[in-house]
Ligand binder design. Structure first.
Ligand SMILES: [Zn+2]
Length: 570
């Protein structure tokens, strides 16, 4: 059941993680982990935080080991800022846990955190990602970490000493957990999340790794003023004027600072694998400091934690600006199938950056994906490519849904474009693509057809869409010379017996050959190529009033024989 390849990065990490888990505690369920902060829309770039451990955990399961992928929702983090487009009145909630902030106006969800978790959970399900979600709010407020918190408070001087080493090395030692900005738009989205500028626990009265949320105003604008190890009594004041003394042995409204919180959770969950963004490898970063804290304070082991590189986006249309111009995994899944999205992550090592295409590039990406599927089918795929393909199309739990008739994405996009989304037209054109084995129902081409439709309607600018002429371009037709008329005549003469994608391809390329007195299967010469280009440009002008358009055979099929005759009849 394991993907049989020693050559792909997922297999190598799985080897390493299994060996480390066996060293620590043979036979125990292996824990891989991710963390996400639902402080706003969860960016597509952050999907790598989940995909990297998912792929490794999935390979471990394929090998027959018990493995759990823990996804920590950092929903007990503070609400940092009101994103653009949200009622500025939400500023009154800054400093509260994300689960205590009301959801944006109009949301059906109970809190800010739930509102932004929900679409991510749906996207992860569609991608076949199996995980055990943990709400940090639930953990902290139920007292699950009580022992760990009391321990960290007892050990606060040692923790402070470790942090101090890095404070002098790197003044900007506090960094956002797990978030790795890719570009300006993402940076804007990420800024509001995690522990980007969270203080590490230093206060005038000493160092305290625990920060209470105020009992009166719920915000974390609190300062610990004293702590007693014997009684666990902790005194704090808040900027709202409130102050009180609580017993940490029973108090459940506060959390450890990020740099202590993370290693505490590694220890608590027994995490063996958890990657982090590139910014965590610098001196003073959470991963480095956390490693020292778990070893020297908690007496545990740091996870195997590769850093992963940025994932960028190419060509996201402006339309998503209502969401801050930041595409989410759900946005990607509207224009591409889950296996393709999985494949983008599976085929690249975590330290390689790549871009997810929302522009024309998506068509080339799909061509590449289809070519790989053909190689896999005929047994010529290279081992690493074979492994990436297997990880893309399914998980240890089984295969993901596929499109029964995977018509090339670019063809579907052209058909949808020309048919302007009309289902009857679309089916007529799809049926004609291959008359020997006609497509009888749109469902055979779904869900890929729906993804291509969504891409055309949301990502292709209106001025780039194809508009077939209603009436012939009489002026242009009247100006044509004999050679051009003869070419059009040869084409129209042949279309009926060439009415399929393949035959029309042959026909459009052969017309200039026949005109030059060459056989239809003649090898192209430079002169011939010029003649073909000119002929194609003429056809585009007559059919769609421009010099370019969808591939001609697809366009001809889409326009339909009758209308082609009407528009090309010189
Ligand atoms: Zn307060």
């Amino acid at each position: 059941m394991a993907v049989s390849s020693e050559t792909d990065w997922v297999s190598r990490f799985a080897d390493e993680v299994i060996a480390e888990a066996e060293r620590r505690a043979p036979g125990k369920t292996i824990v891989c982990a991710s963390g996400l902060s639902p402080s706003g829309p969860i960016h597509l770039g952050n999907l790598r935080e989940v995909m990297t451990p998912h792929l490794v955990a999935d390979e471990i399961r394929r090998r027959g080991y018990e493995c759990v992928h823990v996804l920590s929702w950092d929903d007990y983090d503070r609400f940092r800022k009101v994103p653009a487009g949200i009622d500025p009145a939400w500023a009154e909630h800054i400093g509260k846990p994300l689960t205590s902030v009301p959801a944006p106006p109009g949301s059906p969800y109970a809190s800010w955190a739930e509102h932004f978790k929900a679409p991510m959970i749906a996207a992860l399900a569609e991608m076949g990602i199996e995980f055990h979600g943990i709400s940090q709010t639930e953990r902290y407020t139920s007292g699950a970490y009580r022992e760990q918190i009391l321990f960290a408070m007892r050990e606060r001087e040692r923790i402070d000493a470790i942090l101090a080493q890095y404070r002098t090395k790197d003044k900007g030692a506090s960094q956002a957990p797990r978030q790795t900005p890719v570009d300006e738009a993402e940076a804007a989205a990420v800024e509001g999340s995690g522990a980007a500028t969270e203080d590490d626990g230093s206060a005038a009265a000493g160092y305290f790794p625990y920060k209470p949320y105020c009992s009166a105003c719920e915000r974390d604008l609190t300062t610990v003023t004293s702590y007693d190890d014997e009684t666990t009594e902790l005194a704090y004041t808040c900027v709202c004027g409130f102050s009180e003394v609580v017993r940490l042995s029973e108090h459940n409204r506060g959390k450890l600072v990020w740099k202590v919180d993370w290693p505490m959770r590694w220890q608590y969950e027994g995490v063996v694998f958890e990657p982090s963004g590139v910014d965590h490898s610098s001196p003073g970063s959470s991963f480095i400091v956390g490693g020292q804290i778990i070893r020297d304070v908690f007496g545990g082991d740091q996870p195997i934690g590769p850093m992963y590189a940025f994932v960028g986006i190419s060509g996201m249309a402006k339309m998503s600006s209502s969401k801050g111009g930041v595409p989410t995994p759900a946005d990607a899944l509207e224009i591409m199938e889950a296996p393709l999205l999985r494949w983008l992550y599976a085929r690249r090592k975590p330290n390689q950056s790549f871009k997810i295409a929302f522009d024309q590039e998506i068509q080339r990406l799909y061509d590449e994906w289809d070519a790989l599927a053909r190689k896999v089918a005929d047994g010529t795929a290279l081992p690493a490519d074979l492994a990436a393909h297997a990880r893309a199309i399914g998980t240890a739990a089984g295969p993901l849904p596929t499109t029964p008739r995977p018509v090339p994405y670019r063809t579907l996009a052209s058909v949808v474009d020309v048919a302007a989304g009309d289902p009857e037209q679309t089916l007529r054109i799809l049926r004609d693509l291959d008359p020997a084995d006609p497509i009888e129902s749109l469902d055979e081409t779904r869900p890929r057809l729906d993804r291509a439709t969504h891409w055309v309607t949301t990502q292709v600018p209106v001025e780039q869409r194809t508009r077939v002429r209603d009436e012939p371009d009489a002026e242009l037709l009247a100006s044509l010379g004999d050679a051009e008329r003869e070419s059009l005549r040869l084409l129209l003469e042949g279309i009926d017996e060439h009415w399929s994608l393949e035959a029309l391809t042959t026909l459009v390329y052969s017309v200039p050959k026949l005109r030059a007195g060459l056989p239809a299967d003649a090898k192209p010469t430079p002169e011939l190529k010029v003649a073909q280009r000119e002929f194609f440009a003429l056809l585009y002008r007559l059919l769609v009033g421009r010099d370019t358009g969808p591939r001609l055979p697809t366009l001809l099929l889409a326009v339909g024989a009758g209308r082609v005759r009407k528009l090309l009849d010189a």
